[in-house]
Design a binder for this molecule. Structure first.
Ligand code: SF4
Length: 476
């Protein structure tokens, strides 16, 4: 039963909200593969898919392998303009029959519903993630929120089945306040879950920037009033529609800062490939900037500059390494260097999640580790901050090392080992930095690829599922 009680902003909050202006945007979005199939798109977009590609997609329409039912098709003109000459961007945005050749995968990747005490909130660590929108300006084919965006039914821990819902302020704010009160009254730990104070919220979706300024402002102010100290906004709008970062948006952010000067804002942006933000010559090469570095697309550069000119805003990039898009050390090297040079931190690269259809996208774990490390050769220390992360049910985990050499005397380690390090346990901060070591399997694209070769499991990534150590004698 959802809370129907209306959320009432306080005076300070209302004064801020009254000052916010909405604006209208024309993203020139094409939604649905059907429009490409029927030719109901602008003239210059008609050849974006070949006839062969469209025929193959049309054949799957309405079948078990319907590609658009797995993940709806959507593209902005801004993205299209560069995708015309960028193969990686085409792979990111164009639907392909390959996506549904193998529909293996989790209906709720990371079992997020286990961590959802309130609809639309995923509460892990001292951080909460909230879904405030169920779409983005365009859709990445590999999307790790495909179940939310395609509105698929998901089984909850209590056995009920329903699509994931969005967070409501009237439900979320009382939850945050109550959680933090209980923590404060119990020596810094929640009496039942043991969790710490909820002090950060990641506003996510979908993309929060598809919402109007007033709507975003309502979330920011309500979270600040509830005692949240740091607010992150997860967005790919710098790649899909950078003009969204207009004067009305910055005016809203500035007024928010004036009203709540202690709140840190962090934009978690999502570039997969440098083609998404660098100027490209018709032959696909980047354009040297005579003053240093490479030239950026003007509106993306303007948006990043405006974000970074505000000392209370941080900008971090994080992206999965996806087959055919950015499994390319040279591209990732250029991306990390250019982002850092322009004030964007390189935070995480991810191994793709076990979403439905993940085999069409995911690069094997050991290969992703090699690509990232190869890409960081030639980068300076500050440019090479990013780590390779893979999200385990227990929490965010780093692929910390992959060795080529055997560990002498250790059965199962003849071909080298992979070391996972738990970065944050979803349940309990003290578990940080515990490790798990497995024998190598170059084919593995998920943790399960190592089930038969676990050598050491201090982090409990496998014992959680009753998986025993390699060579363990069951009869003993
Ligand atoms: S931007 Fe993120 S949430 Fe949106 S489609 Fe891409 S991966 Fe999914």
């Amino acid at each position: 039963m959802r809370n129907s009680e209306k959320y009432v902003p306080c005076e300070r909050e209302q004064a801020f909200l009254d000052s916010v202006q909405n604006a209208k945007y024309n993203r020139e979005i094409i939604t649905g593969i059907g429009k490409f199939i029927t030719g109901d798109v602008p003239e210059d977009m008609k050849t974006f898919y070949s006839q062969l590609e469209l025929d193959a997609l049309a054949e799957l329409d309405g079948s078990d392998r319907d590609v658009a039912a797995r993940m709806p098709v959507k593209i902005t003109r801004h993205y299209f303009e560069q995708a015309k000459i960028s193969r990686p961007m085409q792979v990111l945005i164009k639907a392909s029959p390959k996506e549904t050749m193998d529909l293996d995968g989790a209906e709720d990747p990371g079992k997020q519903m286990d961590y959802s005490p309130v609809e639309g909130l995923i509460h892990k660590y001292e951080l909460g993630l909230i879904y405030v929108a169920s779409t983005c300006s365009a859709h990445c084919r590999f999307c790790y929120r495909e179940e939310l965006i395609a509105k698929k039914e998901v089984t909850r821990p209590d056995g009920t089945v329903a699509p994931k819902g969005l967070a409501q302020i009237s439900e979320l704010i009382p939850y945050i306040k109550q959680h933090n009160q209980l923590v404060a009254g119990n020596n810094g730990r929640h009496p039942e879950t043991g969790r710490e104070k909820l002090r950060e919220i990641l506003i996510s979706g979908g993309d929060p920037l598809v919402l109007g300024n007033k709507n975003i402002a309502t979330w920011l102010a309500a979270l600040a009033e509830a005692g949240i100290e740091s607010i992150r906004i997860g967005t790919k709008e710098l790649a899909f529609f950078p003009d969204r970062f207009d004067d009305t948006f910055f005016d809203m952010l500035d007024k928010f800062h004036d009203t709540y000067p202690e709140i840190n804002l962090r934009f978690m942006v999502h570039f997969n490939h440098p083609d998404e933000f660098l100027k490209m010559a018709p032959d696909g090469s980047y354009v040297e900037n005579a003053a240093g570095g490479l030239l950026w697309r003007d509106n993306t550069r303007r948006a990043v500059r405006k974000l970074r000119s505000r000392s209370w805003i941080n900008v971090d990039n994080q992206a999965p390494i996806i087959y055919g898009i950015n499994n390319d050390p040279d591209a990732l090297r250029i991306m990390q260097r250019e982002l850092k040079r322009n004030g964007v931190e390189n935070h995480y690269f991810f191994c793709g999640r076990d979403i439905v259809g993940h085999k069409a996208f995911n690069v094997p774990i050991e290969e992703a580790w090699r690509i990232l490390n190869e890409s960081q050769k030639g980068l300076s220390g500050v440019e090479a901050h990013a780590r390779l992360s893979i999200t385990h049910y227990k929490g965010k985990t780093e692929v910390a090392a992959v060795t080529n050499e055997a560990i002498p005397g250790l059965p199962g380690a003849e071909n080298g080992v992979v070391i996972f390090k738990l970065l944050r346990s979803a349940a309990d901060a003290p578990e940080r930095a515990k490790v798990t070591m497995v024998g190598r399997n170059p084919e593995a694209i998920w943790f399960s690829g190592y089930d038969d070769r676990v050598l050491m499991d201090e982090a409990g990534l496998y014992s959680l599922y009753g998986i025993e150590l390699f060579g363990h004698d069951k009869a003993a």
